[in-house]
Design a protein around this ligand. Structure first.
Ligand code: ARG
Length: 472
């Protein structure tokens, strides 16, 4: 089976179905060796970038006087046509194709004969594959950036709605201190903002073109890597050809950033799952983001949140897989490096699945501010505020902590609560207005400093995040 539109004979003495490098060989690869080596089934995703990079290379060959303008135009046209056919699903891969780069070059050569055979001068699959992958990842990074930004905006919008909704803040998942729902939602937004910042910084390091590095040592052909870099929209060209073809730190860094991001998403998902647990009843996921049980008719399960939570480890695993491939690998291309793409694709795909689902879930989740406020009546939430009243009155904190703890112990022993304390009891304890202390709104307002949970701080944070996004 060859590309359906195969026109002329392959040139350079190459018969159909032979690998590009067959000249030095007498035997074809063993079928099981070929099965292990072929990567077309996944690296076909690089095809649009392979075409783009090949077209830039053709310009470079033309500029160097190695192609006539007619030949260059014919090559560019043939490359674009192959790209279109791959995109439309019309392209027929040859079972002998090792990878997408070989398939595209073969198809162009099948069509143009000798002119096609001029395409690969001064380049290697070693610089090509890594050029394609940088372009692919930069595009994926921009898409991920877009949906992450949507999620941040959604969190900010929901936080503004709930700037004044008090809720129990927890440590160890147990009542700790009062906060506002807006404050908690923005905690997730700030984490995602750092993910965006990481993506920005990663993109600067990734926007370096390897094209022209060749197999490892550039070429004698007078090509201009900077011009190719500019044509492909890279910020600049490589500084060292061995580094350009050997390192995959841009993939590793993408995977590290993606793993961090997936971790953040899993923690947002965990909060959604927890808050919407009917036993807690602080929120309800929209039906569209829940599923039923095949046996228990009453169930509405938070599968979206659960899967968003459970997808994080595979992204971290992708980082570990690539890091392990690179570990101890001497410089220069090794076929080991072919194992960079599947983890990269999988990590990007995973984020692109999880992020939109969380945007929808956060956008539509119905918070029960009343239930959260009711839960904020739990007295323990005010114990730290109480100790701090004593501190403001001059008591050393350790002493205030001890006195407050003892008060709670005595109340529990006599089955009373702080709400049962009389004005006199409060006063003798050193608190002028005990009732005000137990007011959830006053409690969050009292923590109104920068970065705190008070409603005004929530609005300030939301404004700051909005300004950060607007300035990008
Ligand atoms: N499919 C290969 C990869 O993904 C392309 C580079 C192959 N280079 C080579 N010298 N065999 O890494």
């Amino acid at each position: 089976m060859t590309d359906g539109d195969a026109g002329g004979e392959g040139s350079g003495g190459r018969g159909s179905g032979e690998p590009l490098w067959a000249g030095r060989f007498t035997a074809a690869p063993a079928p099981e060796a070929h099965a292990l080596g072929t990567s077309v089934h996944h690296d076909v995703r690089l095809a649009p970038h392979d075409v783009e990079a090949s077209i830039a290379h053709v310009h470079g060959l033309e500029d160097a006087g190695l192609l006539t303008s007619d030949d260059a135009a014919a090559l560019r046209e043939a490359l674009a046509e192959v790209g279109r056919r791959i995109a439309d699903g019309e392209f027929v891969f040859d079972p002998a194709d090792e990878d997408v780069h070989s398939a595209i070059e073969r198809a162009v050569t099948d069509r143009l004969g000798d002119v096609g055979a001029r395409l690969h001068a001064g380049r290697s699959r070693n610089d090509l594959v890594v050029t394609d992958l940088r372009l692919w990842l930069l595009a994926a990074g921009r898409r991920i950036d877009g949906v992450t930004t949507m999620l941040v905006r959604t969190l900010v919008a929901r936080a503004r709605e709930h700037a004044e909704s008090v809720m129990p803040g927890t440590t160890h998942a147990r009542a700790a201190q009062t906060v506002t729902l807006g404050h908690h939602l923005l905690a997730h937004a700030w984490a995602l903002l750092r993910d965006l910042e990481r993506l920005d910084q990663w993109a600067i390091r990734t926007s370096v073109s390897p094209l022209g590095a060749g197999a490892l040592a550039t070429s004698t052909l007078g090509l201009d890597p900077a011009a190719s870099a500019a044509r492909l929209g890279f910020v600049r060209a490589f500084d060292n050809s061995i580094d350009a073809v050997s390192d995959r730190d841009f993939v590793q860094e993408f995977l590290a950033d993606a793993a961090i991001s997936a971790t953040h998403l899993s923690r947002l998902a965990a909060d959604l799952a927890r808050w919407t647990d009917p036993a807690l009843g602080w929120a309800e996921l929209d039906e569209a983001y829940t599923t039923g049980s095949s046996i228990m008719p009453q169930k509405r399960n938070p599968d979206t949140a659960e899967l968003a939570r459970a997808k994080a480890p595979r992204v971290a695993a992708a980082f570990v897989a690539l890091t392990s491939v690179l570990h101890g690998l001497s410089l220069g291309y090794h076929r080991d490096l072919q194992e960079d793409k599947e983890p990269a694709f999988d990590a990007a795909d995973t984020l692109e699945l999880v992020l939109p689902a969380l945007v929808g879930a956060v956008e539509t989740v119905r918070f029960d501010a009343g239930a959260m406020r009711a839960a904020a009546s739990e007295e323990g939430l005010y114990a730290t505020d109480l100790a701090e009243v004593l501190v403001r009155g001059g008591v050393p904190f350790r002493e205030a902590h001890r006195r407050t703890g003892e008060l709670l112990k005595q109340l529990a022993a006599s089955s009373r609560s702080m709400r049962d304390l009389t004005h006199e009891e409060w006063s003798s304890f050193g608190v002028p207005d005990g009732a005000a202390l137990l007011d959830p709104d006053a409690s969050v307002r009292a923590r109104g400093g920068g970065g705190g949970p008070s409603p005004s701080s929530v609005v300030d944070q939301a404004d700051a995040i909005g300004a950060w996004l607007a300035a990008r």
